[in-house]
Design a protein around this ligand. Structure first.
Ligand code: ZN
Length: 194
């Protein structure tokens, strides 16, 4: 705020309170992003038919895939509520935490068929660590030089290694099948790799 002398003037207590009230009233009139979600959810609830569906996956399937918004896991395999467990992260990658969850699900939740499914055009597999750090710094102005996202150099090699790692886990329930596939975001096709 510039005063009559041209110097920066600190707003009075009264002005600060008026500004705060204005901002609060303006914000409260603005539609929140949850408003549209509520509307969509109300429609979903109207046609909801999955009451009482058991928590165990009906098809014994567990899918590990990327968080990419082009992947709609249940739709890809023609599944519905209660059919499949889904774990997601950036790249659809195995790590110790995910591996622990899958081991748990293999015993406790009867997940006998595990699919690890990265996808085409995945940002995690198309940028190098240096590129992604530079991009994040450019976007934010913050220092990302020691940020360690798990970028993928060779998607097929990584997928085969992830499948092999899970298969070799001594704690995985006996008889559990593990397969690796790749999803094509332009055609919807799932191609089995290993
Ligand atoms: Zn991805």
């Amino acid at each position: 705020m510039i005063g009559s002398t041209g110097f920066l003037r600190v707003p009075s207590q009264n002005e600060q309170e008026q500004n705060a009230t204005f901002v609060h009233e303006t914000m409260s009139r603005m539609p929140s992003f949850t408003d549209s979600l509520d509307a969509s959810n109300a429609a979903y609830v109207e046609s909801f038919t999955a009451e009482g569906v058991p928590g165990r996956a009906g098809t014994h399937l567990l899918l590990l895939t990327c968080m990419d918004s082009r992947i709609v896991p249940h739709a890809i395999f023609g599944l519905k509520e209660g059919d499949m467990k889904v774990l997601r992260n950036a790249g659809g990658q195995m790590n110790s935490e995910v591996e622990r969850d899958i081991v748990l699900a293999s015993h406790l939740l009867d997940c006998h068929n595990i699919v690890i499914m990265p996808h085409t055009k995945c940002a995690m597999a198309s940028l190098s660590l240096t590129e992604v750090r530079t991009k994040l710094t450019d976007l934010s102005g913050m220092d990302f030089s020691s940020f360690e996202p798990r970028m993928i150099d060779d998607w097929e090699g990584k997928l085969r290694a992830d499948v092999a790692s899970l298969k070799a886990n001594a704690l995985l329930k006996e008889g559990v099948q593990v397969r690796g596939a790749r999803y094509d975001v332009d055609t919807g096709t799932v191609t089995w790799v290993c």
